[in-house]
Design a protein around this ligand. Structure first.
Ligand code: ADP
Ligand code: MG
Length: 147
């Protein structure tokens, strides 16, 4: 397996799927970062650590999925940082460590069902990331470099 997987890139605008309306904003990585993903990283929901520029390291959940904008021929990577930010951070450097896998992508009957699934992903991420082997990745040299 290729986890943990570390990557960083400047946050770009998504395609306005209204994640903020759900109360769950997801920061998009540029294509270049997505194209570098190892081939054996499957689509689905991951958890890990995230940092915006030189800020604090927060827990995150990430969805890797097929991007409808490219007729589902390209993947997208969308990170929800589990932290309340005062402002958007478009154009800033997002560094993430993908640490574990939660579940495959799936369809939902309703928005409420989707929201409930994401909230349970977030709860699972919070618990798993408190395990010592995951906590120690916050100290990884990947997060030491200044952006
Ligand atoms: P977009 O379609 O542009 O991705 P979203 O509604 O998904 O729009 O909002 C994502 C943007 O919200 C991010 O690019 C970032 O600038 C901002 N943002 C604010 N708080 C968060 C957070 N906790 N996690 C992720 N993005 C956040
Ligand atoms: Mg988004």
């Amino acid at each position: 397996r290729s986890l943990p997987y570390f990557c960083r890139g400047q946050v770009v605008r998504g395609f306005g799927r209204g994640s903020k309306d759900l109360g769950i904003p997801t920061a998009n990585f540029p294509e270049s970062v997505v194209d570098n993903l190892p081939a054996d990283i499957s689509t689905g929901i991951y958890y890990g650590w995230a940092r915006v520029d030189n800020g604090d390291i927060h827990k995150m959940v990430m969805s890797i999925g097929w991007n409808p904008y490219y007729k589902n021929t390209k993947k997208s990577m969308e990170t929800h940082v589990i932290h309340k930010f005062k402002e958007d951070f478009y154009g800033q450097m997002l560094s993430v460590a993908m640490v574990g896998y939660i579940r495959p992508e799936r369809g939902f009957e309703s928005l409420d069902e989707l929201k409930a699934a994401i909230h349970s992903d977030i709860e699972e991420a919070k618990i798993k990331l408190d395990l010592p082997e995951h906590l120690k990745l916050k100290e990884h040299h990947f997060f030491k470099t200044s952006q």
